[in-house]
Design a protein around this ligand. Structure first.
Ligand SMILES: [Mn+2]
Length: 340
């Protein structure tokens, strides 16, 4: 608590940003001039993407151009779905030339979060992560208590009397949902207020589609495999999928099996590269997936997680399988040793 107050006081003194939404908006807009070409840098996730779109809207008639660029590859299918379906215009940071831009903005991040950001002189920084100090930008607005940076951008838009389009509202709405884990993680009243404001404008069917999109068509075959390998014993499901292209599919299948009634434990494994990856799921009530994972695999690899979800990664050479192959039966045998 003391730290928060200090941050606020520090920023207040330096940038005078602990102000009303209107004053913050004015402070932000003061940074820009009519003939500016603006680069908005983001570490692309739903919150950052939504914020960048909001900044584009705030600056539309106030500067010459706004370009959004991100250094990271967008791999999560939910995020790919968001970018494609909302047609978010994006470029990769390594493809833009910084000298083409007269102003640079960083949103939903701070320079020392990424080495590429550290090398850029930002004119404005808007973020909700813990304040990392030493921010040199002309305008800084860091509100660490906020659940989503999109909440802050909604406040800017409303202060500017700019009503978001359906696409922008959908992006902001989804961003607040993701960053607050549907309001089960830390958030403030402001997050709820912005969420309620967006509720009437956003397309919630589209949001549902972003949330659902987590499978490639090419991955459906693993469901077939996972189900044909499935072994059941004492309220537990076991399935070993063999070689997989990405361990993410193991998570999808474990989550899918966890929907089944009267199942206490789900363990799904696969081989990725030179490693065995095992995904654990249970209800987390008087059970701990994290503890079980480390009991079974802690001595031969990395293993751990939460009460309801855990993961183990074990180099194959540590399993001393000899010339035997790892199978669903092997998985069951290893697990049963450590369970009553
Ligand atoms: Mn965020």
């Amino acid at each position: 608590m003391a730290k928060k107050t200090k941050n606020c006081a520090f920023i207040k003194k330096k940038m005078n940003t602990c102000r009303s939404a209107r004053a913050r908006l004015e402070g932000f807009l003061e940074v820009f001039e009519k003939d500016d070409n603006v680069l908005v840098c983001i570490n692309a996730d739903p919150d950052a993407l939504a914020c960048a779109l909001a900044i584009k809207k705030l600056l539309r008639y106030r500067v010459k151009s706004v370009v959004i660029a991100h250094p990271n590859e967008i791999r999560r299918l939910n995020n790919v779905a968001m970018v494609e379906r909302l047609k978010i215009p994006l470029g990769r940071l390594h493809n833009v030339s910084l000298k083409d831009f007269t102003k640079k903005v960083l949103v939903d991040s701070q320079p020392n979060h990424l080495p590429v950001f550290e090398k850029i002189d930002f004119d404005a920084i808007i973020d909700h992560h813990p304040y990392t100090g030493g921010l040199e930008a002309a305008f800084v607005d860091v509100r660490s208590q906020y659940g989503a940076c999109s909440t802050m951008l909604v406040e800017y838009l409303r202060a500017a009397h700019l009503k978001p389009s359906v696409a922008l509202a959908t992006a902001l709405f989804y961003a607040i949902k993701v960053d607050t884990h549907d309001f089960s993680k830390q958030s403030v009243l402001a997050d709820g207020v912005s969420f309620r404001y967006l509720f009437n404008i956003a397309n919630r069917n589209l949001v549902k589609k972003f949330e659902l999109t987590d499978l490639r068509r090419s991955e459906l075959k693993y469901f077939h495999l996972g189900l044909s390998e499935l072994k059941y014993s004492k309220g537990r499901f076991y399935s070993h999928l063999g070689k997989v292209r990405s361990p993410d599919i193991l998570v999808n299948i474990a989550d899918f099996l966890n929907h089944v009634d009267k199942i206490d434990w789900v363990m799904v494994s696969g081989i990725h590269g030179e490693k065995l990856v095992v995904i654990f799921r249970c209800d987390g009530y008087r059970k701990s997936a994290g503890k079980l994972a480390s009991k079974i695999f802690g001595s031969v690899g990395s293993a751990g997680g939460h009460k309801e979800a855990a993961r183990a990664e074990v180099p194959l050479k540590n399993l001393s399988l000899g010339d035997k192959e790892f199978t669903t039966q092997t998985l069951k045998r290893l697990a049963t040793r450590h369970m009553k």
